[in-house]
Design a protein around this ligand. Structure first.
Ligand SMILES: [Cu+2]
Length: 456
């Protein structure tokens, strides 16, 4: 969540100070001069360039290095991939092969983890069985992306610090059967705040910091009434929760492709590491995408919502009825009853000692699942805060929350566990390897809340 070193003062005018001229050219439709006063024009992250002419293979180099960049009108000294924050937007189709070379220009080790992608364990970017890519060295990751995901990439070594300093980018794997929207947005949501004392990360419980979308504070997208708008929303904050609402917002996809059917929740909760695909149908009225203050400590919400994105029609007219997505309705899988693994999450803010089954990574008991036998993991949260649970290597199905199955089949790789909640999840155990299972509040992971699940 925090601690980008905010070096300068506010520049006073929110428009051009935020804009990255180099990315503005890549955005589809939005010209800088169309933004209302005080708000920047929306811009997607700059697209990654495919360096391989072969169809079905996407190849690029990601150079991680210190970089000064502008966030919400302020100068930030952080890290970036290829000199941009967020990093290059990688967009491929299901079935494509991704070949990405990490050039580590940092002063210490790093890796790339492909969050949400089911990759071979050697490509997963964790320093568990393979060490990090040392400073000045390179490593090439290559794997097939078989399923549609709204995924992202980030280091998994020195993780809390490197992600916080700006090392992340989006990996979109799309299904060619999906409809094409008039405006397709990628919203990378992050929080920024004052640098805490040396070596210390403050444990904010409430949302008090500034949210940005692609480094822009509350940008505005100009549209025409009747157009379709689809947004991939990614929460890359170390600690901050998004609790989203917008007039007429439909949730059409989750982290792992389309939902079985669209939903219209009152609030769309996206914890750190979570993603979703949402659709808007602007008519004459302006739409504001709001995030409401959210407490991971179970208290009631404090304060007013803030807008993280405006969708402003420049014409009057009727909204369209929504795109024609190839939804396939699916009921939740019945709970098979047997429990293969139990994870109990405990810890507290005071000590910063976050534990799974009383153990702190890397001194953990490795639970083992036989390959090809779907298994139930029961995750209980006995701590006083919520935790977004993330499993590497395999997506899983949420069978129940406190004994209640979801309304429809729910496939995820990151799921929030409320205070005192018990979740039962079904893991396919179809990817051999040692897989990290951890809280994606990165200070919690750093504090020990991480374990290893083995499939063999
Ligand atoms: Cu946690």
């Amino acid at each position: 969540m925090i601690w980008l070193l905010l070096a300068c003062t506010h520049s006073g005018d929110g428009v051009d100070s935020v804009g990255t001229e180099e990315t503005a050219a890549d955005t589809e439709e939005t010209a800088v001069d169309t933004a209302p006063p005080g708000r920047p024009a929306f811009a997607n992250p700059a697209l990654a360039e495919d360096q391989n002419p072969e169809p079905g293979v996407f190849e690029l180099t990601l150079s991680a290095a210190p970089h000064d960049f502008q966030v919400a009108g302020q100068q930030v000294s952080g890290y970036a991939y290829n000199g941009q924050n967020p990093g290059p937007l990688i967009q491929v189709e299901a079935g494509d092969i991704l070949t990405a070379t990490l050039q580590n220009g940092l002063e210490n080790g790093s890796t790339i983890h492909w969050h949400g992608a089911s990759v071979p364990w050697e490509m997963d970017g964790v320093p568990w069985m393979i060490g990090p890519v040392q400073a000045g060295e390179s490593k090439t990751y290559t794997f097939q992306l078989s399923e549609p995901i709204t995924g992202w990439y980030h280091p998994h070594f020195d993780t809390e610090r490197q992600v916080d300093l700006g090392l992340y980018g989006v990996l979109l794997v799309k299904d060619p059967a999906w409809p094409v929207a008039d405006h397709e947005l990628v919203l990378v949501a992050d929080t920024w705040g004052e640098a805490p004392e040396e070596g210390h990360h403050s444990g904010f419980v409430f949302q008090e910091n500034t949210w940005t979308i692609n480094g822009l504070e509350s940008p505005v997208l100009k549209v025409e009434a009747g157009q379709s708008v689809v947004a991939h929303v990614l929460n890359v904050s170390n600690m901050g929760y998004l609790s989203l609402s917008a007039e007429g917002m439909r949730v059409v996809g989750g982290e792992q492709g389309l939902l079985p059917a669209p939903t219209t929740p009152e609030r769309l909760l996206l914890g750190p590491g979570d993603r979703a695909i949402v659709e808007f149908s602007p008519g004459t009225q302006e739409i504001e995408l709001l995030t409401h203050p959210y407490s991971v400590a179970g208290a009631s919400e404090l304060g007013d919502p803030v807008s993280i994105l405006g969708i402003h029609p420049s014409t009057s007219g009727a909204a369209n009825a929504g795109l024609d997505w190839p939804f396939e309705s699916a009921a939740p899988t019945p709970d098979p009853g047997k429990t293969a693994v139990r994870y109990v999450f405990q810890g507290d803010e005071q000590t910063g000692q976050w534990r799974i089954n009383g153990e702190a990574f890397p001194d953990v008991t490795i639970e083992t699942l036989p390959e090809g036998v779907p298994a139930v993991i029961e995750v209980r949260n006995l701590s006083a805060t919520e935790h977004p649970f993330h499993l590497h290597g395999m997506s899983f199905e949420v069978l129940s929350v406190d004994g209640v199955p979801p309304d429809q089949r729910t496939i995820q790789d990151t799921v929030n566990i409320g205070i005192r909640q018990t979740l039962r999840i079904l893991v396919p155990a179809d990817n051999v390897g040692d897989w990290m299972a951890h809280c994606h509040i990165l200070p919690h992971a750093e504090g020990g809340m991480m374990t290893v699940l083995r499939v063999e």
